[in-house]
Design a protein around this ligand. Structure first.
Ligand SMILES: Nc1ncnc2c1ncn2[C@@H]1O[C@H](COP(=O)(O)OP(=O)(O)O)[C@@H](O)[C@H]1O
Ligand SMILES: Cc1ncc(COP(=O)(O)O)c(N)n1
Length: 274
């Protein structure tokens, strides 16, 4: 069985973070493992408080996994402070795992901050260079690239700027744009587009977590990057289409193995081109 690790924050309400990642791993039939970087008291409406795990404890969790188990892919989510980022970066250097997918989480869907804005330089200098794939949404791509994004051309320009920071591939996600749900992948040479119908729902808590965890699962299963993103786009579109009206705010995506299989069989209306 393929083994996939998430290094991220815990969402006690179950829709995002570590919890979304582990549900996504199970739906893909891979063995999920987790290193908790922050404990977040949050729900579908608000973030109440964040307690970061001590950096040496983050390092020890990563050691515990890697000294014992071969890891086929790593998904990295919420890293709230520079010292968490440095702890993770040091261990990525030490263990050099394959297939690192980095989702640079900055805000929850309700607008609450999950990353200290002063940590962005550390993210860029210390963590981004380890990523095989970075998956910013539009506000995150704007912050990292230092530019504003108004259209697809701007998404492409931001992807090029972020690529130059040392990650091997960049996927700028269009969930925060209007029109169809269009994502742009840049591999340093060419752009690839992954487009799906926008689903009219407020229940998008955990979409970015789910998507990056699905990409990491597909890479662990041996897919090429383009195939991994294509399949993950089908997975996230199906998970949003069947998202759950749980809680009073932005409800979570739905992870359900049979649903995933049916979604794939029915073809989840994904167009990918170049
Ligand atoms: N309402 C929607 N309908 C269909 N796809 C969506 C919708 N909202 C987001 N997506 C897709 O979900 C994935 C996650 O994107 P996004 O919501 O931008 O990330 P994040 O959770 O990091 O803000 C992307 O593939 C995006 O295109
Ligand atoms: C612990 C944690 N990590 C990440 C997110 C953002 O989730 P998303 O951008 O996928 O809605 C979150 N709300 N909580």
């Amino acid at each position: 069985m393929k083994k996939v690790l998430t290094i991220a924050g815990s969402d006690c309400s179950g829709g995002a973070g570590i919890q979304a990642d582990l549900k996504t791993f199970s739906a893909h039939g891979v063995f999920g493992m987790s290193v908790i970087v922050s404990v977040v008291a949050e729900n579908t409406s608000r973030v109440i408080d964040i307690q970061d795990v001590r950096p040496d404890m983050i390092e020890k969790q990563i050691d515990a996994v890697f000294e014992d188990i071969d890891v086929d892919a790593v998904k990295i989510g919420m890293l709230s402070q520079p010292d968490c980022m440095e702890a993770v970066a040091g261990k990525l250097k030490q263990y050099a795992p394959a297939n690192i997918v980095l989702d640079p989480v900055m805000y929850a869907k309700n607008g609450c901050p999950l990353m200290n804005p002063d940590a962005i330089d550390t993210l860029i200098e210390k963590v981004i260079p380890f990523a095989n794939l970075l998956t910013p949404n539009i506000p995150e791509a704007e912050k990292i690239a230092g530019m504003s994004i108004h259209n697809v051309e701007d998404m492409k320009k931001s992807a090029e700027a972020i690529y130059r920071m040392g990650c091997k591939n960049v996927l700028v996600k269009g969930g925060h744009a209007s029109g169809s749900a269009l994502d742009i992948l840049f591999d340093g040479e060419r752009f690839y587009t992954f487009d799906a119908q926008r689903i009219d729902t407020k229940n998008t808590h955990g979409t970015g977590c789910t998507y990056s965890a699905a990409i990491a699962s597909n890479l662990a299963l041996g897919c090429s990057l383009q195939e991994a993103v294509h399949r993950a786009k089908e997975y996230i579109t199906t998970a949003i289409r069947h998202s759950l009206a749980i809680g009073k705010g932005h409800g979570p995506t739905h992870h359900f193995y049979e649903l995933y299989q049916n979604g794939l069989k029915n073809g989840a209306e994904i167009n990918n081109g170049q």
